[in-house]
Write a protein that binds this ligand. Structure first.
Ligand code: SF4
Length: 87
């Protein structure tokens, strides 16, 4: 059975960390919520042909907390669960 990187909620419940892998620009509306909540500044605005969007920089610094993923109103942020033996 795979062993994934995990975190704990304030209540002590265990959950799998969600590591950001990219942003779907067809869904992103450039609201910037994800940028504001990221503690490690791995997301930033970028100008595209489709308008202002968010892109991932410093992907390796993602802590896997998943705040940006949970708060994005359009489910635009792609993520993955990392197995410990594949990281
Ligand atoms: S929160 Fe979602 S919609 Fe808003 S900028 Fe970030 S990825 Fe785009």
């Amino acid at each position: 059975m795979a062993d994934y990187y995990t975190g704990r909620t304030k209540d002590g419940a265990k959950y799998r960390l969600m590591f950001v892998s990219g942003v779907n620009w067809d869904k992103c509306v450039g609201c910037g919520i994800c940028i504001k909540v990221c503690a490690n500044k791995i997301l930033k605005f970028v100008n595209t042909e489709k308008g202002t969007k968010t892109t991932v920089v410093n992907r390796g610094d993602c802590l896997g907390e998943g705040h940006c993923i949970k708060l994005c109103p359009n489910n635009a942020i792609n993520y993955e669960f990392l197995e410990k033996n594949k990281a």
